[in-house]
Design a protein around this ligand. Structure first.
Ligand code: UFG
Length: 328
């Protein structure tokens, strides 16, 4: 069986749905603090918290787990600076318990959700995996600490891991059935689409004095289903080569905040008002991935690299979700 921690979250739930469609046996482990039960309807679920080793032990005792996709984590950069212990305990201690129980049960394979936040302010664009890792926030540091632990356990031949450093995940399941639903929402594309739906009056653009073509920050947006495809390929690669490694996942192309808003106007055919506000602390000007390594080693190619496709799939979901929201 395949264990997906954080399977009720945004990216985890998309993997769970895809694995189920592929006919795999999946078990979700989630405390549903940030994840959603409706996102994993019809799936075997164990409600528990990685910080309680007993909770995760039970899963390994009761099910024949062969491989693990590990998404469960706190993931808000701002919050991580306000409450660092939440991030170190939740993300790092939780993962230590998971690795501990995996090794006790001789389960060797783990795909781990890491982040572009491990790089901090990059020296060069596009960012390759070997660039210096200097996180500028606790969230990124917690992900880097986990990568380091995984690397040691791999060197000691106790596990094999793949750490996937996501750039800006966006979009929704191709059929619009599940999508991105954070509370509070801090991500650009959902905020822009909520504005298109009239749920927000305007988008606040956090700074237009960056050294970019229109002054707003540049990000590398990647379709969540392309991320999912990379996860499945990473697991296959790790198992068939018995190797561990780290890969960036992005499209290698950046868009400014204004370009995202303009594309969303085109997709939604709505006017989307915005106002320039102060910079958000800790935001780098440009984050664009080099994803050549994932392409070469994993044989992965993003199928939906166009920003318009990413936003229109997100839009399908948002229209659907905002209508049904009250019944969840
Ligand atoms: N932005 C706005 N207004 C908003 C929201 C965002 O102008 O209301 C801007 C941000 O300043 C940033 C861009 O839109 O320039 C994208 O912001 P997001 O919050 O959507 O994403 P981030 O790039 O800040 O963060 C993402 C992930 C993090 C991860 C990081 C890695 O959400 O978890 O990428 O670089 F750490």
């Amino acid at each position: 069986m395949i264990l997906v921690t954080g399977g009720g979250g945004y990216i985890g739930s998309h993997l769970v749905k895809k694995l189920k469609e592929d006919g795999e046996k999946v078990i979700v482990f989630d405390n549903f603090e940030r994840g959603h039960k409706w996102a994993v309807k019809g799936v075997e679920v164990v409600e528990g918290d990685l910080r309680n080793k007993e909770d995760i032990k039970k899963v390994f005792n009761n099910f024949d787990i062969e491989e693990v996709y590990h998404f469960a984590a706190y993931s808000l950069v701002g919050e991580s600076m306000q409450d660092p212990m939440k991030y170190f305990k939740g993300n790092v201690c939780g993962t230590l318990n998971l690795i501990d129980v995996m090794t006790e049960n001789n389960v060797r394979y783990i795909v781990f959700s890491s982040s572009a936040a491990v790089y901090g302010n990059p020296e060069k664009i596009p960012i390759t995996e070997d660039q210096p890792k200097n996180p500028t926030n606790v969230y990124g540091q917690s992900k880097l600490m986990i990568e380091n632990v995984l690397e040691w356990f791999s060197r000691l031949n106790k596990i094999r891991y793949v750490a996937l450093r996501y750039f800006n995940a966006a979009g929704a399941y191709y059929d619009g059935s599940i999508g991105e639903a954070h509370d509070p929402e801090t991500h650009l594309i959902p905020i822009v689409l909520q504005t298109a739906l009239g749920k927000r009056e305007k988008v606040y653009i956090y700074g237009n004095d960056y050294p970019t073509k229109d002054g707003t920050p540049v990000r590398d947006y990647i379709h969540v289903m392309d991320l999912i495809d990379a996860h499945i390929k990473a697991m296959q690669w790790m198992k068939s080569n018995n190797k561990s490694d780290v890969f960036n996942l992005g499209n290698g192309k950046g868009f400014t905040v204004l370009e995202v808003i303009e594309t969303a106007k085109k997709v939604t055919m709505k006017d989307i008002k915005y106002e320039i506000a102060a910079r958000r602390s800790g935001d780098p000007a440009v984050l664009v991935a080099s994803c050549e390594k994932a392409k070469k080693v994993l044989g992965w190619t993003p199928k939906s690299p166009e920003l318009e496709k990413i936003i229109s799939d997100a839009w399908k979901w948002h229209k659907n979700f905002e209508q049904k929201e009250t019944i969840f």
